[in-house]
Design a binder for this molecule. Sequence first.
Ligand SMILES: Cc1cc2nc3c(=O)[nH]c(=O)nc-3n(C[C@H](O)[C@H](O)[C@H](O)COP(=O)(O)OP(=O)(O)OC[C@H]3O[C@@H](n4cnc5c(N)ncnc54)[C@H](O)[C@@H]3O)c2cc1C
Length: 373
Amino acid sequence: MKAFDVIVIGAGPSGSACASLCSELGQRVLLLEASRFPRDKVCGDCLNPAAWPVLERLSVAERVRILPSSSPEKIRFSVASAGSAEILLPQSNTNTSELVVRRRDLDELLVSHAVEAGVLFQDGSPVTGLRKISGEWEVTTSTGDHHLGKLIVAADGRNSVTARHLGMHTSRRSKGRIGLQIHIPHPAGYDGALEMRIYRHGYGGLADLGNRLANLCLVANDGEMKELRKEAEIHYGLTSACAWRSITPISRARARHVAREGVFLCGDAARIVEPFTGEGISFALRSGALLADILNMAKSGSSKVLASQEKLYRRGHRDLYRGGLLVNRLTCLLSEHPKVAHALSPFLLKHPKLLSFLTSKVISICYIALHCF
Ligand SMILES: Cc1cc2nc3c(=O)[nH]c(=O)nc-3n(C[C@H](O)[C@H](O)[C@H](O)COP(=O)(O)OP(=O)(O)OC[C@H]3O[C@@H](n4cnc5c(N)ncnc54)[C@H](O)[C@@H]3O)c2cc1C
């Protein structure tokens, strides 16, 4: 059985970022991933500008910029049978604007960087069990491997096995919603704008991936997805034979504990944000970086040091999300009530300045300070 300072479970943006930054400072890090890489993922593929400081810090920003991608110049908001409005997106000449990049490419790049930084990466290794042995964590995978880690980073996404296994999520049930996603050739006449559409049965987004491909995502309440899918297929001229990927839940109460007994949750495992505003990847990267900063402060592993690391992370994690999610929460509320959303949205279309203001609250070109301890 091999021993590590940190075992990271899940190689999405939060896990890879945290693993790289811990390894760069000399920690022995194992990154365990359930899927075989490269892999696609249900996501809108939109990278919020707030992600750039972490990508710069990881020294991968230039490599991200040369991936097949697009930098949309405008967002088109539309409401089924009520018209549309277009908002220009802030552009910058410092390469820090919104980017649409396929998750398969982005996540593969982040993992490659982690491996270059010294992380031991094992894909095709779903974690199936965790137990504490003499103050350390034994992690078991479905491949029958056992690993020992002083600390565990659970970055295993919205359905975190780790959080569930250790009772770190709340038992409160989230509203049953589902997300679908597909990559499609550009629909006829598509101009590359980021499209957000309120349908009768839910919402959807279309984003240009820059190589004649677009990402189409849909979100609806459980019982309404069939109708939403039909609406979207008609709107974009798709056949009903398309191979959609699906994911659930779309929202969940934040984790009851983000840090406990040497296990730290980050990214979606700790807190999910509503997909509509395209902020999940940037929060995942930022929470991964925040956690690495705290784990790198001390390697002593004494219970006193661990307690102060857990306390710092709880506080830092709360501050990371505080205040920045007003628009996100609003869209979550509306998306759980599609009839209300559909009734209110035409008002927004008539007030493009308000739309523009709300958009600027989500997509603004600024370097958000990273947490440094
Ligand atoms: C429909 C939809 C659209 C979205 N669109 C956007 C968008 O446009 N922009 C945006 O920023 N965000 C978007 N998001 C949110 C975004 O996808 C997530 O916030 C982001 O992926 C979180 O990253 P993460 O690293 O925390 O987790 P993930 O990216 O979910 O990665 C978790 C990893 O853990 C692995 N894993 C799971 N279980 C185990 C296990 N037992 N053992 C080992 N590994 C395991 C998984 O295979 C996965 O690779 C969207 C979400 C949805 C549902």
